[in-house]
Design a protein around this ligand. Structure first.
Ligand SMILES: [Mn+2]
Length: 317
C-alpha cells in the first residue's frame, strides 16, 4: 500500500478494484461533489467514422480498463486525485443519427461543464468530437495551440461531400479561426495519403508534422523540446487519437496504420508537456470490438490518466 490516504469512498484495500461501479479510476461522480477541477467525460459517438465503426463504446471500455489506475503518478510526481477534485462526469448523450446536431449538443454541454473553470479530459468517441470541444475551449481561452497525436492528418476537406467527419475536424477548426496557427503540430503521422496535396494543404493551414519516423529517429527528449518551443505559454489543447499508436499497441481502433508509436513513447512525450498551459484534452477512436485483451483500452486509460495528471499539476487553481 502507499503512504497516500485512500481517495474517495472506494478504498482498494477493502473493495477490490474489479468490484463496484465503473467510474473512471473509481473516482466520484460529478453529482457527488460541489465543484470539480478536472472532469473525465465520455462522448459515445461514432457517426463520423469513415471505416470501422465502434468508437461509441470507447468511454465504457476506458472506464472498465481504468479500474487498475492507482492514485500516485511517479513520473510526474503527483497524486492527481489528491491535488485536485477530479470526477467522472458520465457521458454526454448526443444524437447518433445526426452529426450536425451531435456537434451542437456537444459544444453546449462542454461549455456548460467548463463554465466554472472545470477542465475536461474527454474520452471518445470518434475524432469528429474534437471540433465542438475546440470551439468550447476557444470560446473561453481564445484561439488555442493544438498538439494532435494521430496516424492521420484529420485536415481533409470533406467525405462524400460531408464537412463534419472524423477526418476533417482540424480543417474546420482552422477555417473557423479557433486555432492559434503559430502553434499547431501533428505528432505520429504516417501511412499513405490521397496525394501530396494533402500535405501541402495541411501546411497551408499552419500545421507542422512530426512523423512517427521522426519520433523514432529523434527520440522522445528532442521531440518534446521542439514541441515545447513551438507551444510556449499559449493555451494548449491536446487531442490524442489512439491510432497514433502502432496496431501492436492499439489494435482496437477504426483506421489502423502500421509503423506507429509505442505506448511508452506516447506516454513519455505527454509527460514532457508538464507545466505547459494545458487547458483541455481528449483521447478518441478507441473501438473496443477490435481490441484484444484490453490492450487498447488500457493504453487509452493511461493516456487519460496522464492528461488528468498534467491538468492536476496546474498551479494556483
Ligand atoms: Mn484522428
Amino acid at each position: 500500500m502507499t503512504d497516500q490516504p485512500p481517495i474517495g469512498p472506494l478504498d482498494s484495500s477493502r473493495v477490490p478494484r474489479f468490484a463496484g461501479f465503473a467510474t473512471f479510476a473509481r473516482l466520484p461522480r460529478i453529482d457527488e461533489v460541489e465543484h470539480a477541477d478536472v472532469a473525465v467525460v465520455g462522448v459515445p459517438f461514432d457517426s463520423g467514422v469513415s471505416y470501422r465503426p465502434g468508437a461509441r463504446f470507447g468511454p465504457a471500455a476506458v472506464r472498465e480498463a481504468s479500474r487498475l489506475l492507482r492514485p500516485y503518478h511517479p513520473a510526474l510526481d503527483v497524486s492527481p486525485f489528491a491535488e485536485k477534485q477530479v470526477v467522472d462526469a458520465g457521458d454526454i448523450a448526443v444524437n447518433p443519427f445526426h452529426v450536425g446536431e451531435a456537434i451542437e449538443t456537444l459544444q453546449q454541454e462542454a461549455e456548460s461543464l467548463t463554465a466554472d473553470g472545470t477542465r475536461l479530459v474527454t474520452v471518445g468517441g470518434d475524432h469528429t468530437i474534437a471540433l465542438p470541444l475546440l470551439r468550447a475551449a476557444a470560446k473561453k481561452h481564445g484561439p488555442v495551440a493544438l498538439l494532435h497525436f494521430d496516424a492521420h492528418l484529420d485536415t481533409w476537406d470533406t467525405y462524400f461531400g460531408e464537412p463534419y467527419t472524423h477526418g476533417t475536424p482540424f480543417r474546420r477548426a482552422a477555417e473557423e479561426g479557433i486555432l492559434d496557427t503559430s502553434a499547431l503540430s501533428h505528432v505520429g503521422t504516417r501511412g499513405p495519403l490521397y496525394g501530396k496535396r494533402d500535405l501541402e494543404e495541411d501546411r497551408r493551414l499552419g500545421f507542422g508534422i512530426v512523423t512517427s519516423g521522426d519520433v523514432m529517429r529523434r527520440g522522445v527528449d528532442e521531440t518534446v523540446d521542439a514541441l515545447r518551443q513551438r507551444i510556449g505559454d499559449r493555451p494548449l489543447y491536446v487531442s490524442v487519437d489512439i491510432d497514433v499508436l502502432d496496431p501492436a499497441h492499439a489494435p482496437g481502433t477504426g483506421t489502423p496504420e502500421a509503423g506507429g508509436l509505442t505506448s511508452r513513447e506516447l506516454l513519455e512525450i505527454l509527460r514532457g508537456l508538464r507545466e505547459l498551459n494545458l487547458i483541455g484534452a481528449d483521447v478518441v477512436e478507441l473501438a473496443p470490438a477490435y481490441d484484444h485483451a484490453d490492450i487498447t483500452a488500457v493504453a487509452a486509460s493511461h493516456v487519460a490518466y496522464d492528461l488528468v495528471s498534467l491538468l492536476a499539476l496546474r498551479k494556483g487553481e
